[in-house]
Design a protein around this ligand. Structure first.
Ligand SMILES: Cc1cc2nc3c(=O)[nH]c(=O)nc-3n(C[C@H](O)[C@H](O)[C@H](O)COP(=O)(O)OP(=O)(O)OC[C@H]3O[C@@H](n4cnc5c(N)ncnc54)[C@H](O)[C@@H]3O)c2cc1C
Length: 380
């Protein structure tokens, strides 16, 4: 088990901290307020090669391990979730190619990601959220095309996507094992965005409903050129995705905690800084300890992720469960420590508290993590 980061990892952390503070933080409030797709943030991440980091060198990536990538996600999340859609759903959709694609598909789509094209991950449906097996979207082979029919919801930034990684049933009788993954290009006939949601927080995510009506997908756009590979791809996406979301929760919580600590040293009540009251100090001691526990669990889950197996899966679920819960607590308490100022939009902790909630829902809700953890420990 690793208990000390390498010099390279510490250097990368420092670079990412500077990027977050100088380039992302100044835009965070505006993107939240205007609910706009942050294409400029995507460009900044491309320019600094952040998006190439987790992908294998043989296909054009930089090949860093998951722990190193989590350190990057943590630093960039300290100023909010503005960059997170690119580090999760966008990169995650590309990761699906790495799990299930042919070598040609891996090379082609990674080069398109690095050229600035944007990817959406299209799984959730109105009647299939946590229960993926209830998916209704169908893909039927007719001649050289699969014909796609169905409705998807809560899809992040689908309206800005150049490429959609879409899941559909090719063999409904096989249940969850009958799911396949398809690449749908922007502009394909029969595909449209039916609605854009207004969200509480995490507004860089831009939630869309997507409809496929007799949408023809060329046979070669079946991921891995093989039906029924969808489940394996989804499980791998969720496994890594949960650890990345945990890292983001650790970063967001640390950002909110740091802000509250600095505020408490400046705010004078009853003739002294509120940081000098034991009631406030105990809150900080509690939050900092719990946050460090979540960080260490996240690092451990990231370190063993590539080994696979039940132990890795259990740690990933535990990290997501613990880190997102603590993030919710830290950001809520940070608002409390700032008093009325914390409730005002001029201060970032208000946005951070709204952002924190979405981390407990996406990539498997808190309860789904508990279900998975309990299932594994009861089998052990
Ligand atoms: C900001 C954001 C971005 C998202 N981006 C995407 C995206 O890009 N692509 C995509 O495909 N999806 C995306 N989603 C959707 C997300 O994956 C789903 O919201 C999530 O899987 C939960 O599904 P649901 O909302 O339908 O809730 P449901 O599954 O209906 O759950 C409702 C409640 O019931 C609980 N519950 C469900 N089953 C159980 C059980 N067995 N035991 C105990 N409790 C249970 C849940 O924990 C929850 O509290 C996004 C969601 C959000 C909030």
């Amino acid at each position: 088990m690793l208990y000390r980061l390498t010099d390279e990892q510490e250097m990368l952390q420092k670079t990412m901290r500077k990027l977050a503070v100088e380039k992302i933080a100044p835009r965070a409030g505006e993107i939240d307020e205007k609910e706009e797709f942050p294409r400029d943030i995507l460009e900044i991440l491309l320019e600094h090669k952040v998006l190439a980091l987790p992908f294998p060198e043989e296909y054009g990536g930089l090949g860093v391990d998951l722990l190193t990538y989590c350190l990057v996600v943590e630093e960039l999340s300290k100023v909010g979730l503005t960059a997170l859609p690119f580090l999760t759903s966008h990169s995650g959709a590309l990761d699906c190619f790495m799990t299930g694609g042919t070598p040609e598909q891996k090379r082609e789509y990674l080069s398109r990601l690095l050229a600035g094209e944007f990817f959406a991950f299209v799984l959730t449906e109105p009647d299939a959220g946590s229960d993926v097996a209830s998916m209704q979207t169908r893909a039927v082979l007719q001649g050289n095309n699969y014909v796609l029919n169905g409705t998807k919801c809560f899809i992040s930034n689908a309206d800005s996507a150049d490429i959609l990684m879409v899941y559909a049933k090719t063999d409904p009788k096989a249940g969850i094992r009958g799911i396949s993954a398809f690449v749908v290009e922007k502009g394909t006939q029969g595909f449209h965005i039916s609605r854009k949601e207004k969200m509480m927080g995490g507004r860089a995510f831009q939630s869309c409903d997507v409809v496929f009506e007799d949408c023809p997908i060329p046979e070669e756009n079946l991921l891995g050129r093989e039906e029924g590979k969808g489940l394996t791809i989804i499980l791998e996406f969720l496994h890594k995705g949960r650890i990345i979301v945990a890292a983001s929760a650790v970063g967001l919580a640390q950002g909110a905690l740091d802000y509250a600590i600095n505020f408490s040293k400046e705010r004078i009540q009853f003739g002294r800084p509120i940081a000098q009251f034991q009631g406030i100090q105990f809150i900080f001691a509690d939050l900092a300890s719990q946050l460090e526990a979540a960080r260490q669990l996240t690092y451990k889950a990231a370190s063993v992720a590539e080994d696979g197996g039940k132990e890795g899966m259990k740690l990933a679920c535990m990290a997501k469960y613990l880190a997102t819960g603590i993030c919710m607590k830290v950001t809520t308490d940070a608002v409390q420590i700032l008093g009325a100022s914390g409730y005002m939009r001029d201060y970032p902790v208000e946005r951070m508290m709204r952002d924190a909630k979405c981390l407990q829902i996406l990539e498997g809700t808190t309860q789904i993590q508990q279900v998975a953890i309990a299932r594994i420990i009861l089998e052990e």
